[in-house]
Design a binder for this molecule. Structure first.
Ligand SMILES: *[C@@H]1O[C@H](CO)[C@@H](O)[C@H](O)[C@H]1NC(C)=O
Ligand SMILES: *[C@@H]1O[C@H](CO)[C@@H](O)[C@H](O)[C@H]1NC(C)=O
Ligand SMILES: *[C@@H]1O[C@H](CO)[C@@H](O)[C@H](O)[C@H]1NC(C)=O
Length: 251
């Protein structure tokens, strides 16, 4: 029985709900591209990467706090269908490293409101308070405490499906679906205080998970992909639902 419970509540979720009546402007640190540019997609590769990097300092114009780290109040990665028979509950998540992402490819099909991008994030580290109880690789695992999950050199494919809408005579885009595929070169887990603080057993299971990171991560990868898709969709919508489309992609 496969069950991917995914629940993501962003720390700043209230911002998106409180639509201001006045349209917002892109921060001046975001460079824009002309749709008529024959190298429009290449232009976006450079400018999206620059925009993500500039979010290290947040973007008060858009009500965005710093992305370094990105704060997520709660995130649940459901059980896999293979060796991971445990639901991982994360709270007070700090996601480090997103602003170091390198965009390698971009393809816009603006007439269909679809954007596609490929990126690589050299070091993505999730620090959080976890709790879990179940089995990994047939071994019992339980505990709660601080943890680190580090994804090294993660290739990410992004597909964004938007729907245009009008507000006060201006056209905006809202992303209704943001699919993500994640392929890290390596994943490292560190769960502190496993088994009520039995360090010997805790170190042992951390070692077993890291020695077998590929099967462990692959089993729950879809949970991570769904979570990241929801997080990225929310972030993209904070920009696109507030800045008119013609001010993002120039004629
Ligand atoms: C997470 O990693 C950082 C950096 O390596 C380290 O300082 C911290 O102690 C780690 N935390 C846990 C809970 O492993
Ligand atoms: C991204 O898509 C390309 C082209 O389809 C594929 O070769 C690559 O494996 C995908 N990468 C990820 C991270 O899914
Ligand atoms: C999002 O798009 C993917 C790929 O087309 C599709 O499999 C999935 O069902 C869609 N999800 C939603 C919520 O529309």
């Amino acid at each position: 029985m496969v069950r991917f419970g995914v629940n993501v509540f962003l720390f700043l979720a209230a911002v998106v709900a409180s639509f201001t009546t006045r349209a917002a402007k892109l921060p001046s640190s975001f460079k824009r591209c002309h749709k008529s540019d024959p190298h429009f997609d290449d232009c976006l590769v450079v400018n999206i990467e620059g925009a993500i990097r500039s979010l290290k300092n947040g973007a008060p114009e858009l009500g965005l706090d710093s992305f370094e780290p990105l704060l997520i109040s709660s995130l649940i990665i459901g059980e896999g269908s293979g060796p991971v028979n445990v639901q991982q509950n994360f709270k007070n998540v700090k996601l480090h490293g997103l602003t170091g992402s390198i965009v390698s490819k971009h393809k816009a099909r603006l007439d269909e409101n679809i954007l596609y991008a490929e990126s690589v994030t050299p070091m993505l580290r999730l620090e959080a308070d976890y709790d879990m109880k179940g089995r990994v690789l047939l071994l019992p695992i339980y505990g709660e405490g601080p943890c680190n999950v580090t994804l090294v050199n993660t290739k990410i494919n992004h597909t964004l499906y938007g729907e245009p809408f009008e507000r006060k005579g201006r056209t905006f885009l809202k992303f209704v679906n943001y699919t993500v595929t994640l392929r890290p070169d390596k994943v490292q887990f560190h769960f502190a205080n496993l088994f009520n603080g039995d360090d010997r057993l805790g170190d042992e299971i951390n070692r077993v998970m890291n020695d077998n990171w590929d099967v462990v991560f692959t089993d729950v990868r879809e949970g991570y992909e769904k979570s990241f898709g929801l997080i990225f969709k929310d972030l993209a919508n904070r920009v696109f639902t507030r800045v008119p489309l013609k001010d993002i992609f120039l004629e």
